[in-house]
Design a protein around this ligand. Structure first.
Ligand SMILES: Nc1ncnc2c1ncn2[C@@H]1O[C@H](COP(=O)(O)OP(=O)(O)O)[C@@H](O)[C@H]1O
Ligand SMILES: [Mg+2]
Length: 312
């Protein structure tokens, strides 16, 4: 296993590399600021951020559909600006704003793409279509949003690309199909391919992605493994006081934040490193009950956003 990884590290260029990538729209809107990112081959990378964070901007830059204000990017070792055509041939892409030729049926549309790309794997196309339950025999304009999304997904996976870039892939899909899309992504990675997917929901990517990058207001806030995010050991603490909540400001303790305060109950979020100080402060009051448990990933994620906003 180790030898194989070493081999990969020396022989393979990363699936995605960006250096100082910036995009400013109309000279004013700084949609992406100084993005340095490296996604290795064989991993599923989740690109997480709320609406307007700059996810689609990043993806459009990677696909060379828009041009950077500064910086550069490469896919599979190919520079997006000078080798974009070759890069796009080897990449599967699902846009966030999927547009389909309304007059064609799904089968006609996929057929025309296959001819354009030159390398067709009909068995793979039929397999993915069947797994997603894509409707191929009706004009695309008659399809619902979810059914159009399925066609978009089939075209992104059907030519067995080395890199699949998906902009909010499960938008409009029911939970059962979301699971099928997850399975497709994991399979690509298992075969040595790479998946880059954007999402505004941590829940959507935490079971799929190996690593997660968090973007907020055009800036990459953090990159970590899903396990790493979990291990940050943020605790959720609930304290019941005998004589009502004291006037003490528990959030004066470094790292501690008060989430909720009721008559005799306080709920706090605290990193493990703050627990000692917190407990010693609490011990100055009469306590009825105290619960401390690991925060879930969504809470860790929200705390990261707060930190990035300087609300700490
Ligand atoms: N073509 C455009 N012209 C001007 N501003 C844009 C354009 N596209 C996106 N933006 C702005 O750039 C920021 C990032 O947008 P986007 O990349 O679409 O975010 P996300 O995909 O994370 O929701 C937003 O403030 C958005 O309004
Ligand atoms: Mg978007």
């Amino acid at each position: 296993m180790e030898a194989r990884q070493y081999d990969r590290a020396v022989t393979a260029t990363p699936a995605i590399e960006t250096v100082g990538l910036c995009k400013t729209y109309g000279g004013k809107v700084r949609a992406l600021v100084d993005l340095d990112l490296r996604v290795e081959r064989g991993e599923v990378f989740g690109y997480l951020g709320p609406n307007g964070a700059g996810k689609s901007t990043t993806i459009r830059l990677l696909l060379d559909l828009i041009h950077p204000t500064e910086g550069r990017a490469a896919l599979l070792g190919l520079e997006t600006r000078s080798q974009g055509v070759e890069a796009r041939r080897r990449v599967g892409y699902l846009p966030g704003d999927l547009r389909l030729p309304d007059r064609l049926t799904g089968a006609e549309f996929l057929g025309s793409l296959a001819r354009l790309r030159g390398h067709v794997d009909e068995a793979r196309r039929d397999e993915v279509s069947a797994r997603l339950g894509a409707i191929l025999d009706r004009p695309l304009r008659h399809l619902s949003k979810g059914n159009r999304q399925k066609i978009g997904l089939v075209q992104a996976f059907m030519h067995r690309p080395e890199l699949v870039v998906l902009d909010e892939p499960t938008a409009g899909l029911d939970p059962l199909l979301q699971g099928e899309v997850r399975a497709l992504m994991r399979e690509v990675a298992a075969e040595g391919g790479t998946v880059f997917l954007s999402s505004h929901s941590l829940d959507e990517v935490q079971h799929t992605a190996d690593r997660v990058g968090i973007i907020r207001s055009g800036r990459l806030v953090d990159v970590d493994s899903v396990a790493g995010l979990r291990s940050r050991s943020l605790r959720r603490v609930r304290v019941a006081f005998a004589n009502g909540v004291p006037r003490e400001r528990f959030d004066r303790i470094e790292g501690v934040r008060v989430v909720e305060e009721q008559a005799s109950l306080v709920r706090l979020l605290a990193p493990e490193t703050a627990m000692d100080g917190l407990v010693k402060t609490l011990a100055e009051h009469t306590i009825v009950d105290l619960v401390s448990e690991p925060a879930d990933l969504e809470e860790i994620f929200l705390e990261l956003y707060r930190e990035a906003d300087g609300a700490g």
